[in-house]
Design a binder for this molecule. Structure first.
Ligand code: 26V
Length: 821
């Protein structure tokens, strides 16, 4: 008889082992004797995957039956990192797995290390999307992520002779976490032209015809919530030639080459993640990626809505779509096109639905990162969408004119079309006009967008349309997973692991602050994390560092605005000071390890120079016998999510030192503090709110305030600009060849000394050095330092991405959690 399919629901070690063995022998078709760490990783993942599938199906069925409002998070980047450890912890079976893996003759840490990071993102924006997915599932919100399934994620960074070299990241070889849905496809149109006709009522109807078709295929990834059965879905689209398009005629006629070329052209769309972060280069392929992904996602969302047979006006009651930056802004236009051209709604009714559906999050004020597309390119690739954009703009400008009669300036300043040569579509303006809420990602950032880049829109729409949702991080990955011993210690002092679901409970830690045994264990955990990083540095770079040194870490994308140059100039200053000391004086100094990591966009020449200088300084300092342990300079290759999980728990001090007003939020600042590290930072992004929460006595703030930046820049350009004397000594050392060929760093020095110092490195240098001196002094008092760390962790509850997601749900999406029964 046919037996009903049984769920693979192991709950104990034996059950787990059975599943692993079954997967090794059947799914992987290998013998147990031939099971290496790679195969053990695969089989373990498959065993957990089976468990997730059951809950995933139940969650989706429950959401379909309940038919309540869903959230769709549209992001071109999801920086997920590894999935196995996270899955084990979220379903609460890591200890079971550890026991089973042990018996099979492996160490669970080695098995976890086998997994390749899913690195479909550049940095903060993509990692935020990943933290949001974790919180959405953990809080039982009905939510889907939509993105692109890049064949190549962010490149792998190698450091060769001190220079960054990019290596492609092919990550899909074996990925047990994705499910191809070959039956879920959408044909996506590009190019072609628009024909107009009249319908029976004499109404004009537009038809987008011709052009080329590329097929989108869905690949799904289960997103397990922590300590809940809820398992949400991340749907990534992959491009392939459409079966209608793949030219069988050509193929049969022997013209294989051009038929294969068509196929390759289609697959190119989802081939590679653009490795720029904060720089818009306006490439046609990028626009194709955006439309491909947006059109496939909207088709999917609309298809799901139509199944409920509701009236169109109910669409915003069922669907909330969040635009992660401007990258998915074409969704606004695409939904309007679907409603007007295909479903036959009147313009105004459709536009009401559209604007009620979308919310837009801005993630940067840097002008070079604000997306603009040439009108000509848009016309060529998406002719009907350009018409709709012009109509949206026309109606919008008419409403502005009504409100501000005879104000030509405001019309040109807010027009979605920039009247430049060539004309450009301003995507941020389109996103604002097409959404009901616009938010920034930290208080200062949200204030800045409302008073600078979007100020005219505040006048037009009113201040209510603009809001702040300060970023957050998931404590599951960034504390429980990355720092298991600290998580256990916190659990022992706060009454179990409840704090992982309600991070504000960390405040209970303050009650234990006078407990010497607690502080001792706290310090021991930090030390053990530093020892682990020390070993990694020895293994990968063959540099010996003393784990008792102060570990000073700056890991993030390399960018002038993030000011790694300020850090390395400070390191050089420290080196010169040490060299100038007598041996007796040196003995009194505090040993420090300066650790850097991060990728430069491949085309960002200055960022690559900064990497080169850091490595050259390391090469000199690390082997200088006068210096010994007092200073080491380390460049960690290929910084990514899984490396962050090792580095973050090992820091004593982390650097978040962007020019005030440039870093929208930052999220690693939160991760470092949550792991018991202190911060040296500027009054920028979320540093400001971290300071407010943890107390200014627990953070090392320095530098110019954002309200003074404009005047200083003006003074540099039009007044006289004198560079700090200590900084000049640093420049002299660089230019005398102390750190290799001086010409290599001429532009870096000149940018500060001779070309206006746009990022105010010289203005902030002295206060940076003074503040680092304070850090040294305070670190000498270890007892007080540990107390500061504990107090800070206790006050970090606000920065959970759970709080953040609840704010979006209430203030922007109007959605409620839906728990499994
Ligand atoms: C823009 C572009 C322009 C086109 C080419 C590729 C590309 C890729 C990314 C971006 C957006 C950059 C904005 C961004 O990443 N912002 C970061 O967002 C974090 C999460 O909100 C925040 O913590 C960081 O401060 C902010 O820099």
């Amino acid at each position: 008889a046919w037996k009903k399919h049984q769920v693979q629901g192991f709950t104990d070690k034996d059950g787990f082992e059975k599943e692993v063995v079954r997967h090794v022998e059947t799914t992987l078709a290998r013998s147990l004797f031939n099971c290496d760490e790679g195969a053990a990783y695969s089989a373990t993942s498959l065993a957990f995957r089976d468990r997730l599938i059951t809950e995933w199906n139940r969650t989706q069925q429950r959401q379909t039956t309940a038919d309540t409002k869903r959230v769709y998070y549209l992001s071109l980047e999801f920086l997920m990192g590894r999935a196995l450890d996270n899955a084990m912890l979220n379903v609460g079976l890591k200890d079971v797995a550890r026991g089973g893996i042990d018996e099979l003759g492996f160490r669970i840490e080695d098995i976890i290390e086998q997994e390749h990071d899913a690195a479909l993102g550049n940095g903060g924006l993509g990692r935020l999307a990943a933290c949001f997915l974790d919180s959405l599932a953990s809080l039982n919100y009905p939510a889907w992520g939509y993105g692109l399934r890049y064949r190549y994620g962010i490149f792998k960074q190698e450091i060769i002779n001190g220079y960054q070299v990019e290596v492609p990241d092919y990550w899909l070889d074996f990925n047990p976490w994705e499910f191809p849905r070959h039956d879920v496809t959408v044909d996506i149109q590009f190019y072609g032209n628009v024909r107009k006709s009249q319908d029976d009522n004499g109404k004009t109807v537009c038809h987008w015809e011709g052009g080329e078709i590329v097929t989108a295929v869905a690949y799904d990834m289960p997103i397990p919530g922590y300590a809940t059965p809820s398992t949400n879905n991340l749907r990534l689209w992959s491009s392939k030639a459409s079966s209608g398009e793949f030219d069988f005629q050509k193929f049969n006629n022997g013209d294989y080459e051009s038929s294969v070329a068509d196929q390759q052209r289609a697959e190119t769309i989802s081939a590679v993640l653009y490795p720029n972060d904060n720089l818009d280069r306006g490439k046609e392929l990028r626009l194709k990626q955006q439309y491909f992904w947006v059109a496939a996602s909207l088709y999917d969302i609309v298809r799901r809505f139509k199944k409920s047979k509701r009236a169109w006006r109910e669409f915003p009651d069922q669907v909330a779509i969040q635009l992660n930056d401007t990258h998915p802004t074409l969704a606004v236009v695409e939904l309007q096109r679907i409603l007007v051209d295909i479903e036959g709604l009147e313009w105004d009714e459709a536009w009401n639905i559209v604007t009620s559906t979308f919310g837009y999050t801005n993630h940067t004020v840097l002008p070079e990162a604000l997306e603009k597309w040439p009108v000509g390119l848009m016309q060529h690739l998406l002719p009907r969408h350009l018409q709709i954009i012009y109509d949206i703009n026309l109606f919008f400008l008419q409403s502005v004119e009504k409100k501000f009669p005879n104000d030509r300036d405001i019309l040109t300043s807010v027009s979605i079309i920039e009247e430049s040569q060539p004309k450009m579509v301003r995507m941020a303006y389109l996103a604002i006009v097409g959404s009901h809420k616009v938010n920034g990602v930290a208080e200062l950032h949200s204030d800045l967008i409302q008073t600078t880049i979007f100020k005219d829109f505040v006048k037009i729409f009113g201040a209510d349309k603009f809001t702040n949702v300060t970023n957050g991080i998931t404590p599951r990955r960034w504390l429980h997973q990355a720092n298991p011993r600290l998580s256990e210690l916190i659990a022992s002092k706060t009454g179990g692991h409840e704090f992982l679901k309600d991070l504000t409970q960390l405040n209970k830690l303050e009650l234990s602050i006078d407990d010497a045994a607690f502080r001792k264990e706290w310090a021991e955990i930090k030390y053990a994390n530093k020892v682990r990083l020390t070993k990694y540095i020895k293994k990968t770079l063959d540099v010996t560092v003393n784990p008792a040194s102060l570990f000073d870490v700056q890991v993030k994308r390399i960018h002038e605005y993030k000011r790694q140059q300020l850090n390395i100039f400070g390191v050089i200053h420290r080196y010169l000071a040490l060299k100038a000391m007598s041996p007796e004086e040196r003995k009194k100094q505090l040993p420090r390890v300066s650790i850097f990591g991060g990728k430069a966009a491949p085309g960002y020449w200055m960022a690559k120079q900064i990497i080169h200088l850091i490595n050259n300084v390391g090469a000199v300092v690390n082997k200088d016998p006068d210096i010994g342990d007092l200073l080491k300079v380390i460049y960690l290759e290929d910084y990514n999510v899984s490396k962050a999980e090792m580095i973050v728990p090992a820091s004593d001090l982390s650097e978040h030192i962007s020019t005030a007003g440039t870093e929208a939020s930052g999220t690693s600042n939160m991760k470092f503090v949550l792991n018991g590290g202190l911060i040296i930072g500027t009054c920028d992004g979320a540093n400001i709110e971290i300071t407010r929460e943890i107390g200014q006595e627990n953070i090392f703030l320095f530098g110019t305030l954002s309200e003074d930046v404009e005047d200083l820049r003006h003074a540099h350009t039009y007044g006289s600009h004198t560079v700090d004397a200590d900084l000049n000594k640093v420049f002299d050392a660089i230019q005398s060849g102390t750190f290799g060929e001086p010409n290599d760093f001429g532009a870096m020095v000149a940018a500060v000394r001779d070309h206006g110092d746009y990022y105010l490195v010289s203005d902030d240098f002295q206060s940076y050095i003074d503040t680092q001196k304070m850090v040294d002094n305070e670190y000498r008092n270890q007892d007080e330092w540990v107390r500061k760390c504990i107090r800070s962790v206790a006050r970090m509850g606000f920065f959970s991405s759970d709080r953040c997601i609840n704010e979006y749900a209430e203030g922007i999406w109007n959605v409620e959690p839906l728990a499994l029964k």
